[in-house]
Design a protein around this ligand. Structure first.
Ligand SMILES: NC(=O)c1ccc[n+]([C@@H]2O[C@H](COP(=O)([O-])OP(=O)(O)OC[C@H]3O[C@@H](n4cnc5c(N)ncnc54)[C@H](OP(=O)(O)O)[C@@H]3O)[C@@H](O)[C@H]2O)c1
Length: 259
């Protein structure tokens, strides 16, 4: 049976590795991001190495109608999406009132709104066929407020919450929803979000290892997956017990470049 995956943010980092893993398993792909040249290069590599069908869709997911455009294209090409990997996303450093509002609006659109739109569009068919899997790339940031990355952390809280809620709505179906919550990963994320110089990225994990963890979790229909056990214990068992103000101070420190 074919298994076509649509991967957003496939031009770099975790998304690129998720696309590679899917192709290694013989799955066809629809690759989405803005960088057409990078997507074409990956498509050529995957077609050559794994003899899979790969379609490239260069789209800016911060555009409000981008999800509808992608869906219309896959419909026109008669591509049935069995696996939806909502991976595209970015952060941004600084105090909220000093940041450009347009940058945070674009972040909310990419990280939350387009993710929800794509999910809504492709979920209908998955439920009708009673088959499908959705992997949403969230973050350990989703478990606490994030001063100096306020909007980013909040968008990831949305992703983890939304993923779990719809997973429960789909409990009696063969459609699964998984939220992957990575810690720091060595990707273009640091550059894109102006996060240079932060200690949290000193021990960043490789995008391949994080993608492998996420892909496995999706295959096992896990609800919320972590690639670092220490962070999982910390965020699910310890931080919820901390006084709010202590947690906020700790969280601020993590993102403070002057500390
Ligand atoms: N790296 C980390 O430490 C870390 C930790 C936890 C969670 N995450 C999450 O992991 C996911 C993947 O990020 P990454 O670490 O792999 O970063 P990355 O290397 O910067 O990759 C981000 C991907 O998203 C795409 N993207 C960004 N803005 C887009 C837009 N407006 N329209 C379409 N595509 C867009 C980029 O492609 P183009 O630039 O070609 O458009 C790129 O393919 C994100 O959701 C991020 O929040 C990352």
């Amino acid at each position: 049976m074919t298994n076509t995956a649509l991967v957003t943010g496939a031009s770099n980092g975790i998304g690129l590795e998720l696309a590679r893993i899917h192709a290694e398993k013989g799955g066809d792909l629809v690759l989405v991001a803005r960088s057409q040249d990078k997507l074409e290069a990956l498509a050529t590599e995957l077609r050559r190495k794994h003899k899979v069908n790969v379609t490239v869709m260069a789209e800016d997911l911060s555009q409000p109608d981008s999800a509808e455009r992608i869906f219309a294209q896959t419909e026109r090409l008669n591509l049935q999406i069995d696996t939806l990997i909502n991976n595209a996303g970015f952060g941004g450093h600084g105090k909220f009132h000093q940041r450009k509002l347009a940058a945070d609006q674009a972040m909310m659109q990419v990280n939350m709104v387009t993710l929800a739109n794509l999910t809504h569009l492709y979920l209908q068919g998955m439920v009708q066929r009673n088959r499908g899997q959705i992997l949403n790339i969230s973050s350990t940031a989703s478990f606490m407020p994030g001063p100096l990355q306020a909007v980013y952390y909040a968008t990831k809280s949305f992703v983890t919450s939304f993923s779990q809620a719809i997973a429960e709505e789909l409990r009696d179906t063969e459609v699964s929803v998984t939220a992957l919550c990575p810690g720091a990963v060595a990707t273009g994320f640091v550059e894109a979000g102006d996060l240079h110089g932060l200690d949290v990225f000193d021990n960043a994990k490789s995008p391949r290892s994080v993608a492998e963890c996420g892909y496995k979790a999706m295959e096992k229909s896990e609800l919320v997956a972590f690639n670092e056990t220490g962070l999982k214990i910390m965020l699910t068992w310890i931080t919820p017990l901390l006084p709010r103000k202590t947690l906020l101070k700790m969280s601020y420190k993590l993102m403070d470049k002057t500390a």
